[in-house]
Design a binder for this molecule. Structure first.
Ligand code: PLP
Length: 700
């Protein structure tokens, strides 16, 4: 019976319209026919019915649990090659007494697992392996049954990548070595010779290579008989080819069975077969959608949504797979020469080249046939492509027997080491060091960003300045490379906005640079509002401010419920000074925010300082832009207050300015009333602590 066929103008799998599945599940997906799997199994069974035969399905061909469980239910055993396959096979329902374990590189823990499971036998591929099996068997007090895999040195006339029985291949043992091992096993209490194993390759077209391979096996059997070494099983492996191309004939199982029967039955051997492809290849199809049709040079490309990551056989072995449209093309419909290619960034990502296919339109579905073997089992998520789902059809029932992978599956089990996890930087494994500093209660996180670690300073500032969820600060100060001076200081407020300059920040940055040995005691550094000269004297830092703009006195600012008189000056950043004595809390809470956003000062807004003149000093409280609240201290605010006080009340340099967080001194030279030069700001700049950020959760 045909399990994939056209009916009423559409491709069916058993009694299911495949297009319906495609619409429901989305493409690409693998589709399997339960009926086809069962029929293939029964065909092999029937061909070898005259012999005592165990069909050990080669698990690697398709490890889908549901599909494998069908075979286990039919009575099949399985041929596995790893501890992982043993685990999967047991889950699928294969009984241990029907499991054979091949593979050139079995590891200690895999052997131990298989011995504990009491599998039928190991197909042994080297002398070292037999010793290890013996040692583990002894340790577990279990007897290991083994077949030696013979390398008969014959050419199975198939693709070189799936040729496994030539002497230059890594598989099996040369007959003389095998004889030596069998001989040794005679005296081994823990390892029993149980059989002989062969597997000469895959996609073998005719019985002939098997018959050639069995010649040295017959010689070995005769030698074993002479040595009185009894083996129960002859395992001739898998490899039976199928007809991928129309017109190709498939492997003649009956012929092989006929020809090997005398050798096996005369010695009362049990036969093991390990078919993979023959059982499942023709039971599967890969369903895909045509995304784009593209003409380039002399070629027409059909770009589909399946890729070599889903089905690698054409890329790896240049193998042929028939490609059918889900909509049946009318008889004699026109054809065009196309390359059917996937979306992967490799020119080797193709399913057919220069193939004459019926005309297909973008959006149509295609079925890549005979992909049940070595399709999904060799798939990967290369190019960040989640693996496709697998669907099993049984008559008119269907199930998603493996779900489509999701994007989160792509990173399943992955961990970014904490040291590497600072996503908004280029730290490459190193922690981000910072120094928490404060100048009169204006606190900053200072980071040497000259290597350019930090890519998103605005986000970083918001995250780190947060008092509850970060380190907590009024802003971050980044020391960056400068062409004009020792370094460039950039200031980011806690809301992420960048400030042109910050007096207390500049003093902290200067002290930091001096402490880190980046500078001498007296040096110049750059800020976005101009160059700054700094002098560090232990804790005290004096900076020369940019010459301020002329003051703008007696501005009338109309607010919601009142009008306030203020005086404006830019001391690197804008400040509006209001004299108030004593300073009211409500001025900072209600008046200052209105002034900060007042149209007169847009677009950049302004800081607002309330100044009270005392005997020999000024007392000020500042509402800062960016922080959007009163801060404990503000350097440019102190300068602004001193200069405006000089302009209005004739106060002379130096001026002591007291703020909640401490005291600053401002020096200046008067050019004329309201215009000043050589303005300096001095006061303490202290280190609070140093730290390093390695926490992956700081991801903004
Ligand atoms: N047995 C062994 C040891 C194998 O390595 C393989 C495939 O590589 C098979 C059986 C199954 O081969 P096939 O799928 O061609 O039948």
């Amino acid at each position: 019976m045909k399990y994939f066929y056209y009916h009423q103008g559409e491709l069916f799998c058993e009694k299911m319209r495949i297009k319906r599945l495609a619409k429901e599940v989305g493409t690409p997906f693998y589709l399997y026919s339960a009926g086809a799997v069962r029929e293939n199994y029964q065909r092999i069974n029937a061909a070898f019915a005259s012999l005592e035969t165990l069909i050990c399905y080669s698990f690697k061909a398709n490890a889908n649990l549901a599909l494998c469980s069908l075979l286990a239910r039919e009575g099949a055993g399985t041929d596995i090659v790893s501890g992982g396959e043993l685990y999967q096979a047991r889950k699928a329902g294969f009984p241990p007494e029907k499991i054979v374990f091949a593979g050139v590189g079995k590891k200690e823990e895999e052997i131990e697992l298989a011995l504990r499971e009491n599998i039928l036998m190991f197909n042994v591929e080297s002398e070292g392996e037999i010793e290890l099996i013996g040692a583990i068997a002894q340790k577990l007090s279990k007897v290991a049954r083994v077949a030696l895999r013979i390398n008969p040195d014959i050419d199975p006339e198939t693709h070189k990548y799936v040729t496994t029985g030539k002497k230059e291949n890594k598989f099996g043992l040369a007959p003389p070595v095998a004889r030596k091992i069998y001989q040794k096993l005679k005296k081994n209490r823990w390892v029993k010779p149980w059989g002989i194993h062969l597997h000469i390759g895959s996609q073998i077209a005719t019985p002939d290579p098997y018959l050639r391979a069995l010649q040295p096996i017959e010689t070995l059997l005769k030698w074993l008989e002479k040595q009185e070494i009894k083996v129960k099983y002859l395992n001739i492996g898998g490899g039976f080819g199928i007809n991928y191309q129309p017109g190709q004939s498939s492997f003649d199982l009956d012929d092989l069975a006929d020809k090997i029967t005398p050798l096996i039955s005369s010695r009362k051997l049990k036969l093991i077969l390990e078919p993979g492809r023959y059982l499942v290849a023709k039971s599967g199809a890969l369903i895909t959608r045509l995304l784009y049709k593209k003409r380039q040079s002399s070629k027409t490309f059909l770009i589909v949504d399946a890729g070599m990551n889903d089905l690698i056989r054409p890329s790896l072995y240049q193998s042929y797979h028939e490609i059918l449209k889900l909509d049946e093309p009318p008889a004699n419909s026109p054809r065009e020469k196309v390359d059917v290619v996937g979306p992967i960034c490799e020119s080797g990502d193709f399913f057919a080249q220069e193939r004459h296919l019926p005309l297909a339109k973008e959006g149509e579905y295609l079925s890549i046939m005979d992909t049940g073997a070595y399709g999904y089992s060799m798939s990967s998520s290369y190019n960040g492509r989640p693996k496709p789902p697998e669907i099993l059809v049984k008559e008119s029932q269907w199930w998603i027997v493996r779900e489509r992978e999701t994007y989160s599956d792509l990173t399943k089990g992955e961990h970014i080491p904490l040291e590497l996890s600072f996503t908004h930087s280029r730290l490459a494994g190193k922690p981000l060091y910072f120094t928490k500093m404060e100048g009169i209660g204006n606190d900053f996180i200072v980071i040497d960003n000259r290597p350019g670690f930090i890519l998103e300073p605005n986000k970083l500032a918001r995250r780190l300045c947060c008092r509850k969820k970060g380190i907590g600060a009024d802003g971050i100060l980044l020391l960056e490379k400068s062409k004009k001076a020792k370094f460039l200081m950039r200031t980011f407020n806690s809301d992420g906005s960048e400030a042109e300059m910050c007096g207390n920040g500049a003093r902290c940055a200067a002290r930091y640079a001096w402490m880190e040995g980046l500078t001498n005691k007296k040096f110049t550094f750059e800020t976005p509002s101009g160059n700054i000269l700094a002098e560090v004297n232990n804790h005290e830092v004096r900076i020369k401010m940019k010459d301020p703009d002329p003051v703008e006195l007696n501005l009338k600012i109309t607010l919601k419920r009142c009008t306030r008189k203020g005086h404006f000056i830019n001391t690197g950043v804008p400040h509006l000074i209001i004299f108030e004595s004593p300073v009211n809390d409500s001025s900072l809470k209600e008046i200052a925010p209105q002034i900060r956003y007042h149209p007169r000062f847009q677009p950049q807004g302004t800081n607002v300082d309330f100044v009270q003149i005392e005997k020999e000093s000024l007392r000020i409280r500042t509402y800062e832009r960016g922080v959007e609240a009163e801060t404990l201290g503000c350097g440019t605010g102190a300068v602004a207050s001193a200069l405006i006080s000089a302009a209005i009340y004739g106060i002379s340099s130096p001026v002591k300015v007291k703020m909640k967080g401490g005291e600053l001194t401002v020096w200046f030279e008067k050019i004329k009333r309201g215009l000043y030069q050589k303005v300096y700001l001095g006061g303490d700049a202290n280190v609070v602590y140093r730290g390093k950020i390695i926490e992956g959760d700081i991801d903004v």
